[in-house]
Design a protein around this ligand. Structure first.
Ligand code: ATP
Length: 594
């Protein structure tokens, strides 16, 4: 859902909040009210983020999506204060100050390393120096300072989460990867040997083996283990199975219009290690473009080299996957072919109702292709200072070229690129739009592109009709991501339930039949809710101590039943309206391109 709608929903609910309610808005209000009543109370950043994760089930434990919710809640709360307390920012101000203070504290606790401390007299300090008391009368200066502080907080929150995530991932993978690398290594050698029996290409086998040997020879630090491990996984993922190599080879043959000689097949096969070589060096590339300080900021906020989502994690959407493969995967495998009139599609728009898997697909593209993933939200490009947004946009594309092959993903692109000349268009957004168009043109310019070092723009929107016409034209492929059909719903339910035990009599077909009109996100929520029911029954009526004494294995063994699903279905309703679907289908018939 688009943020501003969420803000309005939360805001609407909070104004008429029932004091006895246990709703998340009520809980949030209580937490924030503490700031008004108790000066010494402070809220740690981690605590705030953890709390948002706990009360926002749609986050699905996805740490990376927390920052957008953080700003939604804070915005909603700010609006609530304005409506109900007449611009009293007292508690609100403290939240920001405390959050900023606690970020540094959290960094130390988590041993992440500390952030640059804000120089004195930045807006946040100006806000801090304002004494508590009714803010009516000095609202606008304070509001402006808070707005800027809000942006700073948001940026820091994103950074904070990325660092926590990176660290957790590293800790987990250091041990796991060290052992799985050995297995991958020997499996790959084995399968290479098997392939060599078929005499496909002895050179190819050697190339693979050399890559493996180099990888295992050069490991010295934990970070390297992590990087190499992922490369190995990618190598393993891409070339691990003979079937996959064959399917790439077949695709190459089809695309190449009949590559038939052994030499040609070998050449094609050799592009795979080349792709891997590009992956291997991409993180070492140094940015040499303009405004390095802005690029460094962007790099921290948006670079995600391994989003960790595979094609198989995305249920259904086979047509969308096919187009994305053509746009991104094949040009990396056979770059020489995708030249001239066959140049890759540089801009792909995914549109459709909320929660249908657009972001998930973008992440799968980046993971499966091993391209650097630059995941940018419009707020990261909207700077307060004159001209900075355009500079950020330029830096974004330059950064993508530095880390090429890469994929830039712009979510909710309609909020940045609504139709030009409209009454609501802001001067700053008009300039960013123009810069974006220029940059996309640069991507399409063949002379700027080295084969295998392409930059692809993926964009997503729930409001394709609001897009600027010139941008629409540049996003050459416009793919409709619809609600899941019966088969996809079944697949999605199976993906969601793969780690839980199912009771005999659990009928996935029936659940899929009953969930027509539900989005992928809605279905995930149903699976989540249903799989928590067993635990709810088990702890019902028990004290905290009794709950602590229940054995973990006993809880883990509670199977999910059909009744759990029926109960969840009673509570959770589809979030996408038929009108919304009609709107998308109409736009698809007019402007879709697949
Ligand atoms: N096709 C799918 N396969 C697997 N999971 C899905 C699929 N579609 C949605 N989901 C689930 O829904 C969640 C939200 O999906 P995602 O963020 O990709 O939707 P979106 O289309 O980008 O939504 P929005 O338009 O609101 O940004 C995912 O994290 C995943 O759990």
């Amino acid at each position: 859902m688009v943020k501003r709608q969420k803000v309005e929903n939360v805001q609407e609910k909070m104004v008429g909040v029932d004091p006895n309610s246990k709703s998340k808005e009520e809980k949030m209000k209580k937490i924030f009210d503490k700031f008004d009543s108790n000066k010494d109370e402070h809220l740690g950043m981690t605590e705030l983020l953890g709390w948002i994760m706990a009360v926002e089930p749609t986050l699905n434990n996805d740490f990376q999506r927390v920052p957008s919710f953080l700003s939604i809640y804070l915005d909603a709360y700010r609006s609530f204060l304005v409506v109900s307390k007449g611009l009293s920012y007292t508690g609100f101000t403290r939240i920001y100050i405390d959050c900023l203070r606690n970020i540094d504290h959290d960094f130390n606790t988590l041993n992440i390393g500390s952030l640059e401390i804000q120089p004195i007299n930045t807006p946040i300090h100006q806000v801090a120096s304002l004494k508590a008391g009714p803010a009516v009368g000095r609202g606008s200066a304070e509001a402006k300072a808070l707005q800027i502080a809000s942006q700073q907080l948001s940026n820091r929150a994103i950074l904070h989460i990325q660092q926590i995530q990176q660290r957790l991932l590293q800790q987990q993978t250091q041990q796991q990867l060290a052992s799985s690398m050995a297995t991958n290594y020997s499996n790959s050698i084995l399968s290479n040997n098997n392939r060599s029996n078929n005499s496909h290409s002895a050179g190819l086998v050697n190339n693979y083996r050399n890559t493996m040997q180099q990888l295992s020879g050069g490991i010295s630090s934990a970070g390297q283990v992590y990087n190499y491990g992922n490369t190995m996984q990618q190598v393993g993922g891409r070339i691990g199975s003979t079937a996959q190599v064959n399917s790439y080879r077949n695709t190459g043959q089809q695309v190449g219009g009949g590559i038939s000689s052994a030499a040609q097949v070998n050449n094609y096969g050799n592009t795979m290690p080349q792709v891997n070589a590009v992956e291997g060096v991409k993180s070492k590339e140094k940015y040499n473009g303009p405004h390095p300080e802005l690029a460094a900021r962007l790099e921290k906020e948006i670079l995600d080299t391994i989003p960790g989502v595979k094609w198989d994690d995305v249920a259904g959407l086979s047509e969308a996957k096919r187009i994305l493969q053509e746009a991104v995967v094949l040009p990396l495998l056979i770059p020489e072919y995708f030249q001239g009139i066959r140049r890759p599609w540089r801009g792909v728009l995914m549109f459709g109702p909320p929660g249908t898997g657009k972001t998930l697909l973008a992440k799968a593209v980046a993971t499966e292709c091993g391209t650097t993933f630059l995941n940018i939200s419009c707020s990261s490009l909207c700077a307060k200072w004159y001209g900075e947004s355009e500079r950020l946009t330029r830096c974004l594309f330059e950064l993508a070229r530095t880390h090429a092959p890469s994929t830039i993903f712009i979510d909710e692109i309609d909020s940045l690129c609504s139709a030009r000349g409209s009454a609501t268009e802001h001067e700053a957004s008009r300039r960013v739009k123009s810069e974006l168009l220029v940059q996309i043109d640069g991507l399409n310019n063949n002379s700027n592109n080295t084969p295998g070092k392409s930059v692809t723009l993926l964009a997503a929107t729930n409001f394709p009709g609001n897009l600027d016409e010139a941008l629409r034209r540049r996003l050459e492929k416009r793919i409709y991501i619809p609600l899941p059909d019966f088969k996809s719903r079944k697949e999605l339910i199976k993906i969601n339930l793969k780690s839980v035990m199912l009771a005999p009599g659990m009928d996935i077909d029936q659940v899929a039949r009953k969930t027509e009109g539900y989005s992928g996100d809605d279905l995930t929520n149903i699976c989540r809710d249903a799989s928590l029911n067993g635990m709810r029954r088990k702890i019902a009526g028990k004290t905290t101590d009794e709950i602590k004494n229940i054995s973990k294995s006993e809880i883990l063994k509670i199977p999910v039943t059909m009744d759990d699903f029926l109960e969840a279905l009673d509570k959770i309703h589809p979030t996408v309206s038929p009108e919304d679907i009609e709107r998308h289908e109409k736009w698809y018939s007019e402007f879709g391109s697949s």
